[in-house]
Design a binder for this molecule. Structure first.
Ligand code: ZN
Length: 430
């Protein structure tokens, strides 16, 4: 019999969607709790008074909070080094900063260095699962996959597909894009914790032929993901109407068979009713990236309207337009984006979006996203005494809701003491 390992600490986990059920039914919380791990899986969770006997126990202390790992549903690995590139809205920002940065990834040495920093940063921030854009480069994408595998990281990664409206150095022809994507997919999709995403950057950098090829790949590999952008910025939406005058933005992807329940579209700030209806019918998910939307001035996401339309939503940092890999900041920004629209999200709703909601958006909820028996043991140990101010705030918290609120608005990588994926320690700071 494999040994069961018990972690004793405060424990919090979402278990249901607080946008659909009463808040009290959406989570489990134990002031003095246990998490039992066996063979990399969660064997049980509950109050310490009911912990299983005969297991090895690690007492993490009262200042430790065990929670599920964060899930980032949209970011760009190669853009790590350009966080905070100043000024401009989406389209000029892409030309001025993003494309020159991504062009550097033709050099595998550069790709190796950034891929290493990228996963270092995700782990130190408590992100244990992510949907990631690489660049157009075959080798750089291969390097991101290999680095994820080396860390035991759970990732969905895709080579950017792009054959127009970008600098020459980043353009490929549709056939090459298809062939290289296919080869990477065959190499990495469903290998361990890794999955492949077919990833046209967005409609404006895609010819109809490229989208046709992407759709062909999706038909061949129906369980592969599709990852792209939609309706982030008003000028972008207008540009799509010029390039594809016969269709709404979402129809462009649908016309090539790219919308399914394994499709994640980043942003969706300016979607029409008809588009939301289409996405709902296809089961397509949105990655909401509030920090990025604020930084680029893209607009305010209508969260409840999207959810009420039946479209699933996860939370993303959208590095490098997002200004930090921290999902604490993503939660805080999501709160503020709704606040200015007159809606106050609860800490339970925000935490759900950053964990179990993200897992659902990525169709990984049977594996990760919450601390429930049978799932992979993907969890964090947070240090509620990480800084003097966080100590004061956490020790004085009236209840778990208040505790979580403080962490959302004051939290960053200093809170993350240890991270485990599939029961294996992947990051630990003294
Ligand atoms: Zn993006």
């Amino acid at each position: 019999m494999a040994p069961v390992k018990l972690f004793r600490a405060r424990v919090f986990t979402p278990v249901a969607d607080p946008f659909r059920v009463a808040a009290a039914d959406s989570y489990l919380s134990f002031d003095d709790g246990y998490l039992a791990v066996e063979r990399g899986r969660i064997a049980g969770v509950g109050p310490w008074s009911e912990h299983p006997s005969g297991a090895t126990a690690v007492d993490l202390g009262r200042e430790a909070l065990v929670i599920p790992g964060f899930i980032d549903t949209h970011l760009h690995g190669p853009q790590l080094e350009m966080i905070g590139s100043y000024g401009g809205h989406l389209l000029e920002w892409l030309n001025r900063y993003t494309f020159p940065t991504e062009a550097k990834f033709s050099d595998p040495k550069h790709a190796e260095a950034i891929a290493k920093s990228f996963f270092d940063e995700l782990l130190r921030n408590g992100t244990l699962c992510a949907l990631v854009f690489s660049t157009v480069h075959f080798e750089a994408t291969d390097i991101f996959f290999a680095e994820a595998e080396r860390r035991g990281f759970r990732a969905i990664i895709g080579k950017t597909m792009m054959d127009r409206n970008a600098p020459e150095a980043l353009l490929e022809d549709a056939k090459t894009s298809y062939e290289q994507s296919r080869e990477l997919l065959l190499r990495w999709h469903n290998r361990g914790l890794l999955r492949y995403a077919i990833a046209p950057r967005f409609a404006p950098t895609s010819t109809p032929e490229l989208l046709e090829r992407a759709g062909e790949l999706k038909r061949q590999f129906p369980d592969a993901y599709v990852h792209t952008h939609i309706s982030e910025n008003r000028n972008e939406v207008e540009w799509v109407h010029e390039l594809f005058p016969e269709a709404e933005y979402a129809d462009v992807y649908d016309d090539y068979g790219l919308l399914s329940d394994r499709t994640i579209l980043a942003h969706g700030v300016h979607l029409t009713e008809e588009e939301l209806d289409l996405l709902s019918r296809r089961g397509t998910r949105i990655a909401h990236c509030p920090n990025s939307n604020l930084f680029l001035g893209s607009g305010l996401f209508h969260l409840h309207h999207v959810l009420d339309s039946g479209v699933g939503v996860g939370l993303g940092t959208d590095i490098g337009a997002g200004t930090t890999p921290s999902m604490f900041t993503a939660m805080a920004a999501a709160y503020k984006v709704q606040q200015v629209q007159g809606v106050s999200l609860s800490p339970f709703e925000l935490w759900y979006l950053a964990t179990l909601g993200g897992a659902r958006a990525l169709s990984l909820e049977n594996e990760t996203g919450s601390l429930e028996a049978g799932k992979s043991a993907d969890f964090l140990v947070l240090d509620l005494h990480a800084t003097p101010l966080i100590s004061i705030r956490s020790d004085g918290a009236a209840n778990v809701e208040d505790l979580l609120a403080g962490l959302i608005f004051m939290g960053d990588d200093r809170l993350v003491r240890t991270a485990y994926i599939a029961g294996r320690e992947v990051s630990n700071r003294p």
